[in-house]
Design a protein around this ligand. Sequence first.
Ligand code: ZN
Length: 150
Amino acid sequence: MSYQSDLYQQVILDHNKNPRNFREIEGHSHSCDGHNPLCGDKIHIHMKLNDGGTIEDIAFSGSGCAISKASASMMTVNVKGKSVDEAKVMFDEFHKMVTGEFEPQPGKHHLGKLTIFQGVREFPSRIKCASLAWHTLVCALDKTGETTME
Ligand code: ZN
């Protein structure tokens, strides 16, 4: 097993076991329910944006496979404190990375640990699991709604 896939396993296991920001936010300003019918993953995102357009707080709840949960956990850690525009850039890069259009250097790119999700390319059915939280984030940035992975 390569170093990269070993790291991938470790990080996924860690975030699945101890998901960060796994809660609901009372008085949230934005939210979205994301659903990946292929795998059965369901993720709810709650978010508080401040007047300056910064993600002051973000949390997720729901249930799903280890990859969807770990990805949601890591997404919340990485976008907290970022502006809406920065979060959208990260979504775009993450999406391109998991679909193979973009090759960030692990450890050197501002996506940081998120670059380990490059590993899902080897498992095409898991790409939607990994990107569900990010699609749900973008949906929540538009206020409130629901999104389903097609
Ligand atoms: Zn899944």
